[in-house]
Ligand binder design. Sequence first.
Ligand code: ADP
Ligand code: MG
Length: 333
Amino acid sequence: MSYITIKQLVKTFNGKEVLKMLDLEIEEGSLTTLLGPSGCGKSTLLRSIAGLHPIDSGEIMIDGKRVDHLSPNARNIGMVFQNYALFPNMTVSENIRFGLDMKKMNKTEAAAKVEKMIELVGLQGKENAYPRQLSGGQQQRVALARALVTEPKVLLLDEPLSALDAQIRKHLQLLLKKVQMELGITMILVTHDQEEAMALSDYVYILNDGYIAQSGVPNDIYKHPESEFIAKFIGNYNVLDERQYEHLFSRPLADARFVAIRPETISAIPETNALELVGDVVSTAMLGSIVRYNVKIGEQIIHVDRLNRSHKQLDTDHQLRLYIKEEDMIKIV
Ligand code: ADP
Ligand code: MG
């Protein structure tokens, strides 16, 4: 049974459909990601769930109860935004305690909860600091603690890590996962970063232009893209249309409109049941743990990825022979 169920959700702004008949099911205690390019409707969906704007039609149920007519406060949902949105004139402790003060919780009980939250997000020693004295990562930890202190059943996070630099983002990704597992809270995370989505999520919904382009567990989406859009958006697939396929392999593409080939499945060692291609390396890109080779074959550039281990690199001085197995060519109809 899903914990959050969304049925046929439609949201328009000025007559333009921004969310087009969305259906989603979200498991209790899971971390679900809404992934998609900028402007596809991620924030609008999150704000609809939170009740921050009215929806046009459809149903939003949480724990078996319709909530789409309830005010935001009555939905028991916490929210974290990209820009922290802390109160500048309050200390860390005061910011975190805010929601408890609103509920008129007694001082001792509130202080104990705030202390627990400070520990959970690793802000010990910063209790009396003001937001301006904190780094971006620390401010986002405060925002997270503030959203969690009232013990919401659902936490919505709208690109919470997008403004942070890579290393701090990685730390906070781990923190989010830890918090989610420790509290068993249901989280919906919005991101446009496919690596972040793949690394953190139990389940992913990929949105494109207001509709769900594909959903599934990260590994399934990665291995079985169902459309050209997904193949290009996820995992840097080589996507070939019929004409490109014919040029490359000198045979027609049957039963599909596109073929998607993952860069890491292309080999430089002859393999059985593999098609051979001959090309020249035109450029290489160091992507950290992998090196990407851009290989020109006829008019087509094919990306080939190798783990970044010096003795296993491809020979870039000569014409390169590449091998692609039939089973690594994913057909998209
Ligand atoms: P994302 O978060 O995926 O980048 P948004 O949900 O913010 O996308 O926006 C989706 C679409 O809805 C965009 O075309 C955006 O311009 C439009 N939109 C969002 N909020 C409003 C609003 N308050 N009024 C009018 N149009 C809006
Ligand atoms: Mg957004």
